[in-house]
Design a protein around this ligand. Structure first.
Ligand code: KG4
Ligand code: ZN
Length: 340
C-alpha cells in the first residue's frame, strides 16, 4: 500500500490529507470557513455546504501536490461519513465516491469522532485501552479506545458541546467567533483565576452538560445589569478586566467539569492506561496543563495531539482509514452517511 487520501468536510473545514504507512502524514491541507461564519457567531449549515462545494477540488489538488503524489499513487480514499452537518458531509462523501469510481480504487467511510479519538496516536505510541476526551464545537465525549478499530463511548453531552459553550459565552461577551482562543487569551490575563464560581453540575453519572453553565453566565450578567435582554447586548464592552474575569471563571468551570468526568471514568474503568485529549478544545493550553496535572495525580501518561490534528482535519481521517484498511474494513459504492 502506497498512499491513502483522506477527505473531511463534516462541519466548517474543507480538508484533505495524504497518509503513507512508510512516510506517515505527507500533507494536511484545509480551508477554514471561520470568516464566513463569524458574523453569525456559529456555523451556518447552508453557508458551510456551499463553501465546501467551492473549495474541495482545490484542497484535494493542493494536498496531492504538497505530498508530491498524483491521483495514480493513491490506493485508497478515506472519507468522513458522519456525524456532522449532513449537507457538508455529503459534499466530501460524493466527491470521494466520484474519485474512487473514476480511479477504480476502494473507499473507506470514517466516523469523525473515532478519528478524533485516534488522533493522539498519529504521533504517539499509547498503550490500549486509553481514555480519550474529545471536545469540539460539535461534540463532547469520553471514549475508551480499546484498539485502533474498537472504541466504546462511555459519555457524551446531553445538550451543548464544550466548544459550543465557549462560542456561546464568547458571543454573550461580544468576543466574536470562534470563542475558544479569545476566551483562553482573556483568561490568561487574569491568571486563570475563578472570580464568579459558576455552578458545575455535580453528579456521579458519566455524562456532560454545558448548557447550564452557559445559562449561569447569562443570568449572572443579567443580574449584575451587564447584559441587556432586549437588545441582547453586553453593556460593559469597554471593561476589558470584567470580560477577562468572566472568561477566566468560565474556563476554570470547564476545567473542573472535564476533571470530574475523567476522575469518574478512572474510578469506573481502572484498566485505563493513559489519558488523551482531542478535538478543537484540546488546543487550549491551560486545559492541557490542568489535565496533565490530573493524569500525573492518577499516575497515567497524558497525550494531546498537536493543534493541527486537534481541530478538524483530514490527517486523522486518513490515519483512521488506514487502520480500517489493514483490518479489512473496506466499503463499496453503496457507502452512505452513518446514522447518528
Ligand atoms: O474540532 P473543531 O475544529 O470543530 C468541530 O468539530 O467542531 O473545534 C472547534 C471548536 C470551537 O468551538 C472553538 O471555540 C474550540 O474548538 N476551540 C477552543 C480553542 N480553540 C478552538 N476552545 C477552547 N480553547 C481554545 N484554545
Ligand atoms: Zn471535529
Amino acid at each position: 500500500m502506497r498512499y491513502i487520501l483522506g477527505i473531511e468536510s463534516s462541519c466548517d473545514e474543507t480538508a484533505a490529507a495524504v497518509f503513507s504507512p512508510k512516510r506517515g502524514i505527507c500533507s494536511n491541507e484545509l480551508f477554514s470557513q471561520i470568516s464566513l461564519h463569524a458574523e453569525y457567531g456559529g456555523v451556518m449549515p447552508e453557508v458551510a455546504s456551499r463553501s465546501h462545494i467551492q473549495k474541495i477540488h482545490h484542497i484535494v489538488s493542493q494536498t496531492l501536490a504538497k505530498a508530491q503524489v498524483t491521483l495514480d499513487d493513491i490506493d485508497y480514499i478515506a472519507v468522513t461519513n458522519g456525524p456532522g452537518l449532513p449537507g457538508s458531509l455529503l459534499v466530501g462523501l460524493c466527491f470521494a465516491k466520484s474519485l474512487a469510481y473514476a480511479q477504480q480504487i476502494p473507499i473507506i467511510g470514517v466516523n469523525h469522532i473515532h478519528a478524533h479519538a485516534l488522533s493522539p496516536l498519529i504521533e504517539n505510541n499509547i498503550v490500549f485501552p486509553y481514555l480519550c476526551l474529545t471536545a469540539s464545537g460539535g461534540h463532547t465525549s469520553l471514549s475508551l479506545v480499546h484498539s485502533f478499530t474498537h472504541q466504546e463511548t462511555i459519555a457524551t453531552t446531553r445538550d451543548d458541546a464544550a466548544g459550543e459553550a465557549f462560542d456561546k459565552v464568547a458571543k454573550l461577551l461580544n468576543l466574536g467567533y470562534p470563542g475558544g482562543p479569545v476566551i483562553e487569551k482573556l483568561a490568561q490575563e487574569q491568571n486563570f483565576q475563578d472570580f464568579f464560581n459558576y455552578p458545575r453540575a455535580r453528579t456521579q453519572e458519566l455524562f456532560f452538560s454545558f448548557s447550564g453553565l452557559k445559562t449561569a453566565v447569562l443570568y449572572h450578567l443579567i443580574q449584575e445589569g451587564w447584559y441587556n435582554r432586549q437588545t441582547k447586548q453586553f453593556t460593559q464592552n469597554e471593561n476589558q478586566t470584567l470580560k477577562a474575569q468572566i472568561a477566566s471563571s468560565f474556563l476554570v468551570a470547564v476545567k473542573d467539569i472535564f476533571a470530574s468526568r475523567i476522575t469518574l471514568a478512572l474510578q469506573q474503568y481502572p484498566q485505563i492506561t493513559s489519558i488523551a485529549f482531542a478535538g478543537g478544545v484540546a488546543c487550549n493550553k491551560f486545559l492541557k496543563q490542568e489535565l496533565q496535572k490530573l493524569a500525573n495525580q492518577y499516575q497515567r501518561p497524558f497525550f494531546a495531539p498537536r493543534p493541527a490534528y486537534c481541530t478538524d482535519n483530514a490527517a486523522m481521517v486518513a490515519f483512521a482509514g488506514y487502520q480500517k484498511i489493514i483490518t479489512g474494513q473496506i466499503d463499496n459504492e453503496t457507502l452512505d452517511l452513518i446514522r447518528w
